[in-house]
Design a protein around this ligand. Structure first.
Ligand code: SAM
Ligand code: SF4
Length: 343
């Protein structure tokens, strides 16, 4: 298979019914994970954790074909996520193949950091420069209680390795009242002490077994108020939005500065500027994280579809992208599992 394509301008095919240009593809490489975060993979004693069988995942060859078609349509940004993308066998070779696709300007990765200290150099050499690393606590015991695994020190080593190598690191912190709210200020200080942006994500009720409850939700406005007590938060000029994050400088009384971001899918959703399309680890196209409507790309692909037919399904999914989600109205349309959809 020739995986090279010519650089493309976004085509009209990427414009959805609400005039948004959908140029950003997110691939969930696997629904498996080496952590077991309570809010993402809640335990269900009756069913156990349901994970896909290997043959249910799209192969790397299939994924490369889809990415090529998407890039030909003008998509230029890709994020690898999951589950934990770095646990999938052969992921480094896949990244290297992706990096050869002309027109794909940026490949980003979201990871829990567990395998980063081993894989960071390879990822950098393959051309990845931007990493989102998830970390909800800096306390090893609490880390174990949130993720089910005693891996804080391994993750921290991964974060330090990524920083040292020169990655643009963003630390993602899910803000949960009664779980890690006594660390938000510490995380904000970390953004001042270290060379990475810390981004707080509002806790979302994703999945039918979600542990989300009203009492554990804290809004970005409340978070900002807490962090505003240690320094002055100023919206970053010229870059108000960094993807879905609203980014601020945090000016400390001692003259030092850091960057903190707030991702507010519930209190201040960013649907009107959403440019994303997801391919779930089950091979289904999904236009909105918080709407269950999906298109079965895998069946079409495995049924012998031509590139034109696959492109038409991508086009249709873009056209069907909902205007927005309704989480703030308490109507949850997302019963899918976060790790399968790709967070
Ligand atoms: N395993 C990788 C990781 O943890 O970074 C990638 C997949 S994970 C599903 C992607 C992101 O989704 C993580 O930052 C995680 O904290 C976030 N996430 C998972 N469930 C969430 C929820 N219910 N509300 C808000 N963020 C959530
Ligand atoms: Fe795994 Fe990431 Fe989900 Fe945690 S948030 S269980 S690390 S996929």
């Amino acid at each position: 298979m020739n995986i090279e394509t010519k650089p493309m301008e976004p085509t009209a095919d990427l414009v959805d019914s609400f005039s948004r240009t959908i140029s950003y593809l997110r691939l969930s490489l696997t629904d498996r994970c080496n952590l077991h975060c309570k809010y993402c993979m809640p335990d269900d004693d009756t069913k156990g954790l349901q994970v896909l069988q290997h043959e249910d995942l799209l192969t790397y060859e299939e994924l490369l074909r889809i990415v090529n078609i998407a890039v030909n349509m003008g998509m230029n940004k890709l994020r690898l996520t999951g589950g934990e993308p770095l646990v999938r066998k052969g992921v480094m070779g896949f990244v290297a193949s992706l990096a050869k696709i002309k027109g794909l300007e940026e490949i980003r990765l979201t990871t829990n950091g567990v395998l980063l200290s081993d894989k960071a150099v390879g990822l950098y050499e393959a051309g990845i420069r931007k990493l989102n690393i998830s970390l909800d606590t800096m306390r090893p015991e609490r880390f174990k209680s949130i993720t089910g695994v005693d891996m804080f020190h391994k993750v921290w080593k991964g974060i330090e390795t990524a920083e040292r190598i020169g990655f643009d690191v963003k630390l993602n912190v899910v803000a949960m009242k009664g779980v890690n709210d006594d660390e938000f200020v510490d995380f904000a200080r970390l953004a001042v002490d270290r060379d990475f942006q810390v981004r707080f994500i509002e806790f979302m009720p994703v999945g039918s077994d979600s542990t989300w409850k009203e009492a554990s939700y804290i809004s970005s406005a409340d978070l900002k108020e807490m962090i505003g007590k240690i320094g002055v938060l100023e919206p970053l000029s010229g870059c108000r939005m960094d993807g879905p994050a609203r980014v601020y400088t945090l000016d400390m009384p001692d003259g030092r500065q850091g960057k903190v971001g707030f991702i507010s899918p519930i209190s201040h959703h960013f649907c009107e500027t959403c440019n994303r399309l997801r391919l779930t680890s089950a091979g289904r196209l999904r236009a909105c994280l918080l709407h269950d409507k999906e298109a079965d790309l895998k069946s079409l692909l495995r049924g012998g579809a031509t590139d034109e037919e696959l492109r038409a399904l991508i086009r249709q999914t873009i056209l069907d992208k909902p205007k927005g989600h309704t989480l703030a109205d308490d109507k949850i349309n997302c019963s899918g599992q976060m790790s399968r959809i790709g967070g």
